[in-house]
Write a protein that binds this ligand. Structure first.
Ligand code: CTP
Length: 472
């Protein structure tokens, strides 16, 4: 008997079939069966067996899933075990509305909240649950699941899943697929605010961000538990779908071939060998910029003051302590196409830092610490006659009159752009995970939405890429 596979059909027909199947909530294979049965009914033939309904996919006899049509954007959605799992079903809808092919893995814990049947009904595809399922390992397996996708979305990403991922564990189908993939992974964390702010979770979050995992949320709001609110709500399905779509857009490596220099973190200015002057900068924003630029294909030199962060993947990192060391390292790293000065450089240092520890002496006056001004690294580089990077970008950390002060800084320092932010304690920006930026150029100022520091970094890199393309 002649056989024909969906793969052999022409692209236009496959697309029509896929849309029809999605509309009817069936897999493509079931859709073809239905069409054939209808055609056979019309001509009076007999069809011995009814095609399985899509909802049966999870429990029906196992068969290989239908591959997405060529050119399809493919998401592997991993649903973790949290109350937000019910939102993942809506996320599937949102992704399919965007014409994205979705396959689903449910962790064991996720099945306490939603069933393979409901996920299978909505995806129209077989749902995967078990690493040691001989049927599925034989025909698909975690390696194929990991490879046959362009993006993995983990929603909800529980504290446990994040911990396993950060530790490189692979003791179930979800974590094995995550370890085996080379696709981008987007995590949508969801958990109780105390679990989110727990040091272990924050450590895992930092590790995963440094490893290049993408994040959306968590957002602030009401928790499932009565009278609880805080940061920990999973981002809304529409928000996750929008980020997924952006990550699925063809990567053009917009900064390939460019050298991007970034300063980051605080500087420590010694008073004596054991004491120093410092500030509250965490270095998170500068590190995120270095990571985003590296992900856009740039050769990145990150010159960082003392921070408690992991080095961003793909950047060459030079560690310094003082403002003067930072300036030297920046000058040594030139030439660069773009320089971004995100460091919170100490404006002053102690004039004569003692070589020995200053001792308390009974009855003596407290020590006087005369200060001298540190070099202004941004202004020094922006005003260079030779080897001035084409685009010099500074930050303005302000506690009042943010835009007016940023404009004045732009002029006095001679840079091209200033990213102004309000660092007064009420904003929680200094040391926090989110940032609200106003981009100030010589001719305009533009308010960016409050977003994660990673979001700011990506937005900045996109703007830089556009500017570089305009000038090339
Ligand atoms: N900067 C620098 N070297 C310094 C001081 C600041 O490179 N010695 C850079 C910062 O990295 C930032 C910009 O200059 O990109 C503005 O830093 P900010 O602290 O906001 O301003 P200051 O110049 O220090 O001025 P002030 O503290 O008076 O606001």
């Amino acid at each position: 008997m002649a056989s024909i596979t969906i793969r052999q059909l022409d692209e236009a027909l496959k697309k029509k079939l896929r849309l029809r199947a999605a509309r009817n909530g069936r897999s493509m294979e079931d859709e073809v069966r239905t069409l054939l049965r209808e055609a056979a009914d019309e001509i009076g033939g007999e069809i011995p067996q009814k095609a399985a309904r899509p909802g049966k996919a999870a429990s029906a006899p196992r068969r290989a899933p239908i591959p997405a049509a060529e050119g399809d954007r493919r998401v592997l959605l991993i649903v973790g075990g949290g109350i937000a799992a019910y939102k993942s079903l809506d996320l599937v809808r949102r992704l399919k509305e965007r014409d994205i092919f979705v396959r689903c893995i449910l962790t064991k814990a996720a099945q306490e909240f939603i069933t393979p049947l409901s996920a299978g009904t909505i995806t129209g595809e077989r749902v995967f649950t078990d690493l040691f399922d001989p049927a599925h390992e034989f025909d698909v397996g975690h390696i194929r699941l990991a490879r046959e996708c362009d993006l993995i979305v983990v929603a909800p990403a529980t504290a446990d899943l994040m911990a396993k991922l950060a530790g490189g564990r692979a003791d179930d189908l979800a974590t094995a697929a995550l370890l085996a993939t080379s696709a981008t992974v987007l995590l949508a964390p969801a958990m109780n605010p105390h679990m989110w702010s727990n040091k272990a979770t924050q450590r895992n979050f930092a590790q995963l961000a440094a490893d290049g995992f993408e994040f959306v949320g968590p957002n602030e709001g009401e928790m499932a538990e009565a009278n609880e609110r805080g940061v920990g709500r999973m981002a809304e399905p529409l928000e996750i779908a929008a980020v997924a779509e952006r990550l699925l857009a063809p990567q053009t490596l917009a900064l390939a071939g460019k050298h991007v220099l970034v300063t980051s973190g605080p500087t420590h200015e010694p008073i004596d060998p054991v004491r120093y002057i410092a500030n509250r900068s965490s270095g998170k924003q500068g590190n995120a910029i270095a990571l985003a630029a590296a992900q856009a294909g740039a050769h990145v030199t990150l010159i960082s003051g003392p921070v408690n962060l992991l080095d961003p993947a793909g950047a060459s990192v030079i560690k310094v302590e003082t403002a003067r060391e930072m300036l030297k390292a920046v000058e040594r790293a030139l030439p660069a196409d773009v320089a971004i000065f995100a460091a919170a450089v100490a404006d002053w240092r102690v004039a004569n830092a003692g070589a020995q520890k200053i001792k308390k002496k009974a009855g003596q006056a407290t020590p006087e610490l005369p200060l001298v001004e540190n070099p202004d690294i941004l202004a020094t580089i922006a005003k260079r006659k030779s080897q001035r990077p084409k685009l010099v970008i500074g930050f303005a950390a302000e506690t009042e009159n943010v835009v007016a002060n940023a404009k004045a800084k732009l002029a006095s320092k001679g840079c091209d752009w200033i990213l102004a932010n309000d660092v007064s304690p009420k904003t929680g920006i200094m040391g926090g995970d989110r940032n609200t930026i106003t981009l100030v150029t010589a001719t305009a100022s533009e308010n960016w939405p409050t977003q994660s520091k990673e979001g700011v970094a990506r937005m900045l890199v996109e703007r830089i890429a556009k500017e570089m393309a305009r000038n090339d």
